[in-house]
Design a protein around this ligand. Structure first.
Ligand SMILES: *Cc1c(COP(=O)(O)O)cnc(C)c1O
Length: 399
């Protein structure tokens, strides 16, 4: 009985995906020290450590990236096509971690557009999670009764090629005015007493200047019915230099503050990212991870397991694995749902419970995050549950 659960019709699909993504199993080159990259060889280490320098010197031109990476024709075309919002934008820190010779390198695929991004596939949407329809005020998405998403900025340190908010996110005017940008959103939060949890995301809120972020957090925190804040960010991974002592001092004023960090691959957990997460954890912020399941990047159970183990070592608790949303131009990143279910099957029971995130589909059209996973209930009738464990052994639980 338990075996039949495993020999399900999805198994062949799993195998297929595993074969397709076998390239990630190739031992990838050790990341270069940035000073070995000719474009950066004269950069002063103090500049390299300065987050404003990193931002100012982001790689966004074909001529620059081609000096660092041996581009494929598909990448060259992708870089030329990606204009305006979601134009290629990569921190020097991140691009230095990409393999110059391997187009399947996970760091490289997440930052360099390819021609595939400009194909729209069936079922793909501009706003796959129906966020714009759940927006009671500018920059807010209110989907659940007691918590709300505040999209504080449209900028990120790097534009991930699988971005689900590509309709909103991308380069903004340098002169963006923050003095009253969130007024209507804050008014909505003040007047809605059911909201006890505000998730500040974007874009990447940690890209805001210290003073601007301080003001925003102060205003949100001053609302009496808001019990705690969360920040959704990728900065510790894409621009760890941003995690400065001053930033920590600001964030500490607004505890309890939980931080969810977007991590997709073990290669992202460098010494530099470890130390940034160490500063945040030492300052007392609970850290969680959010991972997007990406074809050829993290769709094999052993890579996902390694990622989850590395996260626990840097005190980040795996929170969610997302099925890649049906956003336009991301077909090449998407896996079958069975791949995600199989990853959870290979984690739960086989390793620390803390290393097992929840796999979710953010329902198309705006249904929110729906947990998806292996089925452990084999049958249920008259006070008797027949259940199976991670080894497929069958047990009964009598109520
Ligand atoms: C993900 C999300 C949240 C937070 O959901 P949790 O499951 O509580 O982490 C809140 N609002 C929106 C619109 C979201 O997409």
């Amino acid at each position: 009985m338990s075996n039949s659960l495993h020999s399900n019709p999805l198994a062949t699909e799993n195998q297929k995906t595993t074969q397709e993504s076998v390239v990630t199993a190739r031992p990838s080159r050790r990341p270069l020290d940035y000073q070995q990259i000719s474009l950066f060889k004269d950069v002063n280490p103090l500049d390299w450590e300065d987050w404003h320098w990193q931002l100012k010197n982001r790689v966004s031109k074909l001529e620059q990236v081609s000096q660092i990476i041996k581009l494929t024709p598909e990448e060259e075309q992708g870089i030329r096509n990606a204009k305006g919002r979601m134009a290629m934008t990569v921190t020097p820190y991140w691009i230095a971690l990409a393999d110059p010779d391997d187009p399947t390198c996970p760091m490289r695929r997440q930052c360099i557009p390819t021609a595939q991004e400009f194909k729209v596939s069936p079922h793909e949407m501009v706003d796959p999670c129906g966020e714009d329809n759940n927006s009671p005020a500018p920059h807010l998405v209110h989907r659940y009764p007691d918590r709300i998403l505040l999209l504080a900025t449209e900028s990120c340190a790097m534009y991930c090629r699988h971005c689900t908010r590509r309709r909103l996110v991308g380069h903004v005017q340098e002169s963006e005015n923050y003095s009253n940008k969130w007024d209507a959103a804050l008014e909505y939060l003040r007047s809605n007493k059911k909201i006890r949890d505000v998730l500040i995301s974007g874009g990447d809120p940690l890209l805001l200047e210290d003073g601007v972020l301080d003001e925003l957090l102060k205003k949100v925190r001053s609302i009496p019915h808001i019990e705690f804040l969360r920040i959704g960010t990728r900065i510790p991974v894409t621009l760890p230099q941003r995690i400065t002592d001053n930033l920590i001092a600001i964030l500490k004023k607004y505890a309890p503050l939980w931080i969810s960090i977007h991590f997709n691959h073990p290669k992202e957990i460098t010494k530099r990212t470890k130390s940034a997460c160490g500063l945040l954890a030492d300052a007392g912020f609970p850290l969680g991870s959010q991972t997007v399941l990406l074809s050829g990047i993290n769709d094999r159970p052993y890579i996902m397991r390694r990622l989850m183990h590395e996260l626990l070592k840097i005190r980040v608790r795996p929170y969610y694995i997302y099925q890649c949303d049906l956003v336009r131009g991301t077909q090449h990143f998407r896996t079958p749902v069975s791949v995600g279910i199989n990853i959870i099957e290979k984690l739960r029971g086989h390793t620390s419970g803390y290393a097992v995130p929840v796999y979710v589909i953010d329902a198309p059209g705006g249904g929110g995050k729906i947990p998806i996973g292996p089925n452990y209930i084999l049958s249920q009738a008259k006070g008797k549950y027949v259940i199976r464990n991670y080894k497929n052994k069958v047990y009964a639980y009598l109520e």
